[in-house]
Design a protein around this ligand. Sequence first.
Ligand SMILES: *[C@@H]1O[C@H](CO)[C@@H](O)[C@H](O)[C@H]1NC(C)=O
Ligand SMILES: [Zn+2]
Ligand SMILES: [Zn+2]
Length: 446
Amino acid sequence: MSSCTWVCLLFNLCTLLSSYPALSDPFLGEKGLTEIPSKFLNLAKRPELFEYMVRIRRSLHENPELGYEEFETSRLIRNELDGMGIPYKHPIAVTGIVGYIGTGNPPFVAIRADMDALAMQEAVEWEHKSKVPGKMHACGHDAHVAMLLGAAKMLQEHRSDLEGTVILVFQPAEEGGGGAKKMRDAGILENVNAIFGFHVSSSYPVGTVATRAGPVMAASGFFEAKISGKGGHAAIPQHTIDPILASSNIIVSLQHLVSREADPLDSQVVTIAKFQGGHAFNVIPDSVTIAGTFRAFSQESFMQLKHRIEEVITLQASVQRCNASVNFYADEKPFYPVTVNDKDLHKHFQKIAGHMLGDENVKEVQPLMGAEDFSFFAEAIPGYFYYIGMVDETEGRIAPGHSPYFKVNEDALPYGAALHASLAATYLLEHPPPIATQKLSSHDEL
Ligand SMILES: *[C@@H]1O[C@H](CO)[C@@H](O)[C@H](O)[C@H]1NC(C)=O
Ligand SMILES: [Zn+2]
Ligand SMILES: [Zn+2]
């Protein structure tokens, strides 16, 4: 063989290789770590991908489904994953799906979206208004699904550059049903090193994100109490045991738990949101039902509140000769733990979001007394939760989540998709697995 043949062969090989971008110019190279976030943002803003996410989001918006009933939503997601060639497990926690992109080997990093809608009537008149009376995507979970699918598309396109495995988590029933707990209990976080999740926000402009290290949302629980007395004529109270007056005193006494028993610097909430009893002007009813929610920023304060709520309700009822029973619905509405952002993931987030959006657009939030069932994931493994701004500053204020006038600003979609993809891909690059365990814990479905 002459030397020319060798040179030509080499030359051909090189042109062949260089036409194969994954080899000569990896999209996700360790060297280009600082550029990955903006690369993903540019990809996510491409008209094909943007329009894809808009289409998914509008289709889900028209067909909202409540917690653990997300059957069509789940089917749509699985069809999309099939189309992308992404393997997944289903069903987990009734309608949940877990997809896998990458090597199938450690490290494993998860990105999460919730899928459920709310039991309320949409009041926004637009082309893609909810077609289901009394149900609405008023919390933006339709957009969350669209953005996770957008991220999946980008990651799948560049899967040969992933140094580990990205786990896509589509969970049911965030709105009180604790879908994340069921997914966690089903073992989806086994061997997973970290998980990222976000929520769209009506408080921050498009192109900004907001978050903080440590506790970001409260622990939350619900309770209902039945206060039983003895009904009778409203004008002959001495022959009755009045549960309305007893319940009124209970509600007032419950206010003292936060104002007198809690440390003023340890934020807590007790709210009675339901008070039902009686039908007539002149009849004292047999019983009254009250219900509400309680919140705290530590597990200790939370359990103390729970204990005292029960005690105050039953003892205060007995002061007025009533009986009371308290139900915390721990099975149907599991207590949500405090959502705590991992400190190392906070550094990772600030770096990646800063590269993508500019440091000035990575805002710090105050903790909120709201709750998120993402906390069940973040309780089990290092987790990180943040807000994606979606305020269009030219349009002024937008209705907050859970309002019948809530609207998602679709311009925010590329940011959520790009952050999901960037946080996961760069996490894998920065967390090479220990060599010895490299093969041990691979997910066998890949
Ligand atoms: C409360 O419970 C006790 C014990 O079961 C019962 O004797 C009493 O009648 C009840 N009182 C009311 C007002 O329901
Ligand atoms: Zn919500
Ligand atoms: Zn929500």
